[in-house]
Design a protein around this ligand. Structure first.
Ligand code: PMP
Ligand code: GLN
Length: 381
């Protein structure tokens, strides 16, 4: 007797898990999974400790600690000039991953179509499929990783229920331009297509580029759920605290799922983050901090045989290795870890059809010493 039929028969352990485990096994410098190897602010840790010792250890309200929602709303207003109602339009989630899942689960029914842009972050597909939805992949342009609006228009059908966009974009570091926002408006106005906007890298944008929240556009605002992550903003990916911003109407429905996925997110971390957000420097300095790391890493590898693609945002750097090998990117990534001692992420795994542009992704959210050590290995290749 078969006990069950898998709801996700094609889902394997994520590439981030696979590469991090491989890095550990071979003692390689781990530039694969995206997490900082430096500590988060000790002030923030002291705040968490304070609230734990203060007895703030019981359930938080389902939609989040009020003070945190207030601080998020003030940050949004200050940064983007957008007023969001802290009470009805912000929900604190257990990381952006829970926000994404709850948003998808709240609105996607069997046979609904969801458009994703590839290379796409790996958590969208399983969340859609668990809810009976169908993924319709559209490729971003290459090598700029912008949305191909013509292809997107063609992918839309009467079954399209949601578009999932992710800018600043993981893994390419591309950003959304003003004309993209206008295209998105044209494409979705007079429809009931929802937009799920994954903006976890909002504070990591470099040079003259800027982040454009989808919420900024009044036409898009009513149909958008946007998710964010304090894991990225405060160098604490293990804390799993994020939030979702959506209209009152959408938030009300979103919360019905959030309530039964997790009920609420841990209390002392929410209180500590609320306090930490009172100093805008704590998030405004991030861009220059990571831009320096990007530039340092680029400089170390200037004489290597890797060719870097421009990174406008995030803490990832794409590179092609055509001058080194014509192997498949998945094979090359494994060999880099095993033979050359640096773990990276192959990009083809983020495409439904396995498109292989011979690209690998480095995470540069690392101490200078780590980048230097990786660099010494990489320039030998
Ligand atoms: N979206 C993207 C694009 C990501 O890179 C990540 C990885 N952290 C997430 C969502 C998940 O964020 P969290 O760790 O807060 O769940
Ligand atoms: N977001 C991280 C990355 O892109 C990984 C998160 C995870 O391991 N689930 O590397």
């Amino acid at each position: 007797m078969t006990l069950f039929t898998s709801k996700l028969p094609n889902t394997k352990p994520s590439i981030f898990t696979v590469m991090s485990v491989l890095a550990q096994k071979h003692g390689a410098v781990n530039l694969s999974q995206g997490f900082p190897d430096f500590p988060c602010s000790s002030e923030l840790i002291d705040l968490v400790t304070f609230y734990m010792k203060n007895g703030d250890n019981q359930y938080a309200p389902m939609s989040g600690v009020p003070e945190l929602r207030k601080q998020i709303s003030q940050k949004f207003e200050k940064l983007y000039g957008i007023t969001v109602d802290a009470k009805n339009e912000i929900t604190v989630t257990s990381g952006a991953t829970e926000g994404l899942y709850s948003a998808i689960s709240a609105f996607i029914r069997p046979n609904d179509e969801v458009i994703i842009f590839e290379p796409a972050y790996d958590s969208y597909r399983p969340a859609v499929e668990l809810n009976g939805g169908k993924i319709i992949p559209v490729k971003l342009t290459f090598p700029d990783f912008r949305i191909d609006w013509e292809a997107t228009a063609q992918a839309i059908s009467e079954r399209t229920k949601m578009l999932i966009v992710n800018f600043p974009h993981n893994p390419s570091g591309s950003v959304l331009e003003q004309e993209d926002l206008e295209e998105l408006v044209q494409l979705t106005k007079n429809t009931d297509i929802l937009i799920l906007s994954d903006e976890v890298y909002e504070h990591l944008v470099f040079d003259h580029h800027s982040h454009r929240p989808i919420f900024q556009h009044p036409e898009l605002r009513k149909r958008t759920l946007a998710v964010y992550s304090f894991g990225k903003t405060f160098h604490a990916t293990g804390w799993k605290v994020g939030y979702c911003i959506a209209s009152k109407n959408l938030s009300k429905e979103f919360r019905k799922t959030h309530e039964f996925v997790t009920f609420s997110t841990n209390t002392p971390f929410q209180k500590a983050i609320a306090e930490h957000l009172k100093k805008p420097k704590n998030y405004l300095d991030l861009s220059s901090f990571f831009q320096k790391k990007r530039d340092h890493f680029n400089q170390i590898l200037m004489d290597s045989r890797f060719e870097f693609l421009p990174t406008k945002s995030t803490y990832f750097q794409l590179a092609n290795y055509r001058q080194i090998s014509d192997e498949k990117d998945t094979d090359f990534a494994v060999r880099m870890t095993q033979e050359f001692g640096v773990a990276v992420i192959p990009i083809s795994v983020f495409y439904t059809d396995g498109t292989d542009n011979q690209l690998i992704r480095f995470c540069f959210a690392k101490e200078s010493g780590t980048l230097q050590m990786a660099g010494e290995k990489l320039i030998q290749i």
